[in-house]
Ligand binder design. Structure first.
Ligand code: FAD
Ligand code: DLZ
Ligand code: SF4
Length: 510
């Protein structure tokens, strides 16, 4: 009899904890395409295509390395439609003595796995996901007893643990831990702007695309621009492309936005890191080696590794610490429906049509677009954070609940009441105008505060502060804008609130 090792769609790494020290002849690896995973939210067509094609390629690579792989396709006649159903079928097909599995990335799937032992009467061993830098225990040790869980301090722990960008005395390279203040430059259009490598879909990918086009025709997004890497080698090529052509300026332009430029100097690596095609720590080591060789400046290297060993690890820690009910938080009690234009990009607000348009085309938007355009708008318009969360989970190729939820519900919508963000990421049009060229191309006037031609972000921003004063009024970091609001003449306050109300009403008119 053999050991069954299920490998989930975001566990596409050769160095997976469940595979460690196993004899290939004793194991059957099981990869499962199942309806439940493809539809628990309506994932973007490109996201499903990416994950299923990467799974098929990874299964092939595992077989070529000598493993016995059992692969269940979505269109297999007897497919039961769920992970648990497929484990049941695999136990009938094979003579299995035990199951080994690396822990799942989210509560929903962990709950299934934790049932398997009782359900099937087979021993099930669950292993920690060693592709992350911090263990659950390390995060708990850091967080326990702290009043505030600020990313910056956790990040310093991760710098110490990995030794990245530390000198021999354990001091941060260059004397500072964080060079974010140097990372806020608006970008100019540049003919030399780097572009991600566009990978031509091979036969395996094309077969998945055909299936997705028919089976998931009602899911958002388009496959017309599908260009993702789907193998380890391709993901490594995009990694090289980023390191050689974009990293040096990543820091400077991290927060910049330009019309018609979806990618700028970003890595476009999150889908590959999150599904296991790329290892986050080895990527960060290479980034710091490039800094040591004077190929990239410190603000780029530090800014980049902070996203991965800092933010990425921190949001995962928060996700598991806060528990399965984190998803239901709604501190500001926001309850408006998500406007339809989130699924079409069809709005006169140019910043939103750009961010949403590229999301529907590429299943990608960079951080500042997610936070300060689509996220900021939903926040100040008072959209139900759960609906916002579902949208982000659906539309981005890198979205798995453990990383998407804390970023959306916590950082972007302030629905956790300030566990992740010390103040809501709310802004008027002024910030967007400073960091992008969007406003110059917009129907609305970013300088006007009220009236039909005024940038809607302006009145919405003040309306957001005014209507949430009971919940946000004592936040120190909002003291300045609240003072400004209190000093605003009553008739101006009224005009701003009326403008916001008129706009919000117009959002839902057919
Ligand atoms: P770069 O900007 O080049 O950054 C490099 C890497 O750092 C990324 O590949 C990613 O692995 C990591 N990273 C950067 N910021 C974060 C962060 N805040 N949290 C976790 N990792 C980070 N990221 C996801 O991977 N999945 C999501 O579902 C997701 N949802 C988000 C939702 C909202 C509302 C916001 C504001 C951010 C979200 N992010 C998410 C974080 C971030 O926007 C993406 O990681 C990033 O845009 C991916 O593109 P990139 O590879 O070009 O990243
Ligand atoms: C996101 C996703 C999709 C769309 N489809 C599958 C699938 O068919 N089979 C699979 O193993 N994984 C898929 N995934 C990723 C899983 O949802 C992911 O592995 C879990 O969310 C981990 O907790
Ligand atoms: Fe967006 Fe307002 Fe600028 Fe238009 S004017 S692009 S709506 S911020």
């Amino acid at each position: 009899s053999k050991t069954l090792i299920p490998i989930l769609g975001d566990q596409l790494s050769f160095a997976l904890s469940s595979l460690e020290d196993q004899q290939q002849k004793d194991c059957i690896l099981l990869l499962m395409e199942v309806g439940e995973e493809t539809t628990y939210v309506k994932h973007h067509k490109a996201k499903i295509t990416y994950i299923l094609s990467a799974m098929r390629h990874h299964a092939k690579a595992l077989s070529e390395r000598g493993w016995t792989v059992d692969y269940v396709r979505l269109d297999d006649e007897d497919n039961s439609g769920s992970f648990t159903g497929e484990i049941a079928r695999a136990l009938e097909r094979h003579d299995i003595a035990s199951i080994r599995v690396t822990e799942a990335g989210e509560w929903r799937v962990m709950a299934m796995i934790e049932n398997w032992e009782d359900q099937f009467g087979v021993p099930v061993e669950i292993f920690p996901d060693t592709r992350f830098i911090a263990t659950h225990q390390e995060f708990a040790n850091w967080a326990n007893g702290k009043k505030q869980l600020r990313m910056e301090f956790f990040y310093r722990e991760m710098r110490r643990k990995t030794g990245l960008l530390l000198d021999d005395d354990g001091k941060p390279e260059g004397g500072k831990w964080n060079y974010d203040s140097e990372n806020r430059k608006p970008a100019q259009r540049d003919l030399m702007m780097p572009q991600p490598v566009r990978f031509r879909p091979d036969d395996i990918t094309r077969e998945v695309m055909d299936m997705v086009e028919t089976r998931f025709a009602d899911h958002p997004g388009s496959l017309d621009h599908f260009h993702f890497a789907v193998t380890h080698d391709e993901a490594l090529r995009q990694r090289r492309n980023f390191l050689d052509n974009a990293l040096a300026q990543f820091g400077d332009y991290q927060d910049a936005m330009l019309s018609g430029e979806p990618f700028l100097w970003h890595a476009i690596l999150s889908p590959y890191i999150n599904s296991g095609l790329l290892d986050p720590l080895s990527l960060c080591k290479e980034v710091t080696a490039l800094y040591a060789d004077e190929k990239v400046p410190l603000n780029a290297a530090e800014g980049f590794i902070r996203q991965i060993i800092g933010w990425r690890e921190y949001v995962r820690g928060i996700y598991w610490r806060e528990g399965p009910d984190y998803v239901n938080r709604n501190f500001l009690k926001a309850d408006r429906a998500l406007p339809d234009f989130y699924y079409t990009g069809d709005t006169d607000m140019h910043c939103l049509s750009q961010a949403i348009g590229q999301t529907l085309n590429h299943s990608y938007a960079h951080h500042i677009q997610r936070l300060m355009i689509t996220g900021n708008f939903a926040l100040i318009a008072g959209i139900d954070p759960h609906a916002v969360h579902r949208w982000y989970l659906e539309v981005y190729a890198d979205a798995y609940e453990w990383v998407e939820l804390p970023n959306t519900l916590g950082m972007s919508q302030f629905a956790d009441g300030g566990i992740i963000a010390s103040k809501p990421y709310a802004s008027s049009g002024n910030y967007i105008n400073k960091m992008s060229d969007y406003c110059g191309n917009c129907y609305y006037d970013v300088k006007q505060r009220t009236g039909p031609d005024a940038c809607p972000f302006n009145a919405l921003y003040w309306d957001f502060l005014a209507r949430n004063e009971d919940k946000l009024g004592d936040n120190n970091r909002l003291a300045m804008p609240y003072r400004t609001w209190q000093k605003t003449a009553e008739h101006d306050q009224k005009a701003l609130r009326t403008s916001a109300a008129t706009f919000l009403k117009s959002l839902y008119r057919q």
